[in-house]
Ligand binder design. Structure first.
Ligand code: ZN
Length: 207
């Protein structure tokens, strides 16, 4: 199944009326955060397929802003869904660097969010008898596609989540210009392919 995943940066080659000709046969849209919801809404209107996304550190806090969601899409933060034969979980946000900033978490806070998400993942993997296919995140894990500054340091809780839940793929955004690891946007970590989506990627994932 062809998936179009987007993150962090608006691209003219996607934000135009010929996008479905340029990238045909897309069956699902995934957003890894830090994108205006109008952009996601445009893509979902053009493709008319399911859209799932997680919030980034530049997105509004979900509860405090009525515009803080993309119409026609599902905010997958701390949720698990099965769609088109794929089991997917989401965990948005980045490492905390601004005490007032939305969707930012300390390393400890992120562990709490992972502890809340894990039982939902275990329940669904048991019920469906399959591995988690995709973990959708904004931040990278610690030490993978991340950087040393506070804002772009990867989250240890995501490494823990990958080791325990063993998804086939983890998709994230948030870092590209900062990465010392810039040539390497796909990294194998235990049983997971960690893929940096920033700014977009078309992937074929078998369901
Ligand atoms: Zn970000």
């Amino acid at each position: 199944m062809k998936i179009l995943a987007v993150s962090d940066e608006i691209l003219d080659r996607l934000y135009n009326s010929r996008v479905t000709e340029t990238y045909p046969d897309v069956r699902m849209l995934l957003g890894c955060g830090d994108l205006p919801y109008e952009y996601l809404e445009f893509l979902v209107t053009m493709y008319n397929v399911p859209l799932f996304y997680v919030p980034g550190n530049h997105d509004p806090r979900f509860s405090s802003n009525p515009r803080a969601h993309a119409e026609g899409g599902v905010n997958l933060d701390e949720k698990v869904v099965r769609v088109n034969g794929l089991l997917m979980a989401g965990l948005g946000g980045s490492n905390k660097y601004n005490p007032e900033g939305p969707n930012q978490y300390t390393q400890q806070e992120m562990f709490l969010r992972v502890y809340r998400l894990l039982p939902k993942i275990f329940l669904q993997t048991l019920l469906r008898g399959r591995r988690l296919d995709i973990l959708l995140a904004h931040s990278p894990p610690n030490g993978i596609h991340d950087d040393d500054d506070q804002a772009h340091r990867g989250l240890h809780a995501l490494n823990f989540l990958l080791r325990i839940a063993k998804p086939r793929f983890m998709l994230h955004g948030h870092t590209i210009f900062y990465s010392h690891n810039i040539k390497n946007h796909i990294t194998n970590y235990y049983q997971t392919k960690v893929v940096n989506i920033y700014p977009f990627r078309v992937m074929d994932i078998d369901a």
